[in-house]
Design a protein around this ligand. Structure first.
Ligand code: ATP
Ligand code: MG
Length: 587
């Protein structure tokens, strides 16, 4: 896995992945090798000029940002070619699938901004048709019921270097196969007693073609078909036929299915089908400092490493949504990473860049103090309150200004003060003057400490009334501008700060004897219960996004927030680590 250097792109449009996206004919959307293949198909008059894709999740977990790549690709292509994209649930494994997952997937795809109209399909709706296709294969002598155990089947399969051996049951008559298959369906046999296999070639250099299993017995109720079936079709049999039934033209899937393509084509070539879609593989998204595998994500949830699928640290769409990501930022990210034919690792800093860029344009600025330190302005009249004018969003003048109350008692950020500052610390210190944003210059005249612990508990300052608005008429300068809130007016809030879920760049690469959870970041969540935010945030609604000046972008938590005590998730800090990474890259 490696990143390719991306230095030739202007700073404002970073991209990642190993294929450089290029503007297409219209110069709007970005093209890629899949679009080029479709262009050629259209030119050749294939599929009567139709473009029809599908997004085929298995409802066995929540979708993650890798799925977003597939969603954007499939729905994006359909939209750009005036085609259609189906949402299809690939639900052939009843032991892992649930309605909760179906519902979350639909919500996620819609939230990302895509619409499948009435084309919501389920592989489980095709079970009867798939059964009929299996019977067709048996009748043609191209499938047989095998009675070897799973272990024996593995032993007979051979290896990459050795051919497999034929099962002793391989030459059962069509009549016997039909009879056994019917009885498998009728529930006469136990799990594992028989399977239905395609009769292809046990000596094929492609192991997938060594008589793959098409059906297995599984006496487990299905979340949609209940107890109607006790045999279930395998992925390789189901997927190509579902695509064919839905008249898909281009079946886009991730690279690990490349070796399965021969089987995809074999099934469709050996059955009477009207439509034979083309399978095209692309590289899956890997993102640094996280895992993108439902199997691993489910472990994080079940073992309590995170608080549910929508924990804001999770790379799930639901987690990103709750964290404060916008659908636009995720779509933008997916466009920037591009679509390539080789695996790569994308730095999570690019995802963060995308949300920062989006929120910079639209998030209103407010002031909030995460770790409050009390400041008393000794020379400010005790009963006076001023309403100072603050800019809502310098990137968008149409959003205007708001009033922020200023009074004798304020809170500033604890770490904006140091009693004994080192050389490079320019913020508040004893005897030093700084600017309060939108307000006045203040100077620290006294430090109050807890007599026991020595901790600084309050500061006494004076203000210069002539500096209202933030500049001194005598032209004197200060080196820092601090954010603040008025103590009697501020609203109490809880703030949750997040860091990468894993400390290791690629937690999928595990050292011997370790589990990927070994690399979890113990500091991925920090909860600050005693924060103060400006009063304009009273009554804010779940999902609203803000920039807290100097601190980052925050979003009102959709689960735990109450009007009287809002909870904010920090979506991302203001530090652009992506730009730094780009600069550090060798030219
Ligand atoms: P996981 O490996 O996370 O369990 P999956 O591939 O088993 O994922 P599916 O529900 O089968 O999950 O995936 C639906 C679609 O999303 C498939 O077409 C799959 O190829 C695609 N997809 C899954 N993960 C990624 C990823 N990381 N990057 C791009 N596409 C992905
Ligand atoms: Mg899968």
């Amino acid at each position: 896995m490696e990143n390719s250097p991306i230095d030739s792109f202007p700073d404002s449009t970073p991209t990642a992945g190993n294929e450089r996206p290029q503007p297409d004919r219209e110069g709007t959307a970005l093209t890629n090798f899949i679009r080029q293949m479709i262009d050629e198909d259209l030119k050749a008059g294939k599929n009567d000029g139709r473009v029809h894709t599908r997004f085929p999740p298995e409802p066995n977990g929540y979708l993650h940002i890798g799925h977003a790549k597939s969603i954007c690709l499939n729905f994006g292509i359909a939209a750009d070619y005036n085609g259609m994209c189906n949402l299809r649930f690939d639900d052939t494994d009843p032991s892992k699938e649930e309605v909760e997952y179906v519902d979350s997937i639909k919500q996620n795809v819609r939230w990302l901004g895509f619409d499948w109209a009435d084309r919501e399909y389920y592989a489980s709706d095709y079970f009867e048709q798939l059964y009929a296709y299996a019977v067709q294969l048996i009748k043609a002598g191209k499938a047989y019921v095998d009675s070897l155990s799973a272990k024996e089947i593995r032993q007979y399969r051979g290896t990459l270097t050795e051919p497999g051996r034929n099962s002793p049951y391989r030459d059962r008559s069509v009549a016997e196969n039909l009879n056994l298959f019917e009885r498998m369906r009728a529930g006469e046999f136990a799990d594992g007693e028989h399977v239905l296999r395609a009769k292809i070639d046990m000596a094929s250099p492609n192991i997938v073609l060594r008589d793959p299993t098409l059906y297995r017995i599984k006496k487990v109720a299905h979340y949609r078909t209940g107890a109607r079936w006790c045999i279930y079709p395998m992925y390789d049999f189901t997927h190509c036929l579902s695509d064919s039934i839905e008249r898909i033209t281009h079946s886009l899937c991730t690279l690990e299915f490349e070796i399965n393509r021969a089987l995809y084509d074999w099934v469709l070539d050996n059955l009477e089908v009207e439509c034979h879609p083309q399978q095209i593989e692309f590289a899956r998204l890997n993102l640094s400092h996280t895992v993108l595998s439902k199997r691993k994500l489910i472990q994080l949830v079940e073992k309590g490493h995170v608080k549910g699928w929508n924990d804001p640290r999770m790379p799930t769409i639901s987690g990103l949504q709750r964290r404060g990501y916008t659908p636009e930022s995720i779509r933008n990210f997916c466009e920037r990473i591009g679509v390539a034919k080789a695996d790569s690792m994308v730095d999570i800093a690019l995802l963060e860049y995308c949300i920062r860029e989006d929120l910079n344009l639209r998030a209103p600025r407010v002031m909030g103090v995460l770790r409050p330190l009390r400041v008393v302005i000794d020379n400010y009249p005790p009963d006076q309150v001023e309403e100072l004018e603050a800019i809502n969003n310098p990137e968008d003048p149409s959003t205007g200004t708001r009033k922020v109350p200023f009074s004798r008692e304020l809170y500033i950020e604890k770490d904006d003060f140091m009693e004994d500052p080192p050389k490079k610390f320019f913020r508040l210190a004893p005897g030093r003057e700084v600017r309060l944003r939108y307000a006045y210059f203040i100077k620290c005249v006294k430090v109050v400490k807890d007599p026991q612990s020595g901790e600084v508990t309050a500061l006494h300052c004076t203000y210069d009334p002539a500096t209202r608005g933030g500049s001194a008429p005598d032209g004197r300068k200060v080196k820092a501008t601090l954010h603040w809130v008025s103590a009697p007016h501020a609203l109490a809030a809880e703030v949750r700060l997040y860091d990468h879920l894993f400390i290791k760049e690629n937690p999928n690469e595990v050292e011997e004897g370790r589990d990927f959870t070994h690399y979890l970041n113990p500091h991925s969540l920090e909860i600050l219960k005693d924060c103060r935010v400006e009063p304009s945030l009273a009554g804010t609604a779940p999902g609203r996004r803000y920039q807290f000046e100097r601190l980052g972008y925050f979003c009102v938590d959709a689960v735990d927030s109450f009007p009287a005590k809002p909870v904010f998730n920090r979506t991302v800090t203001l530090r652009d680590t992506w730009a730094k990474i780009q600069k550090a890259r060798p030219k």
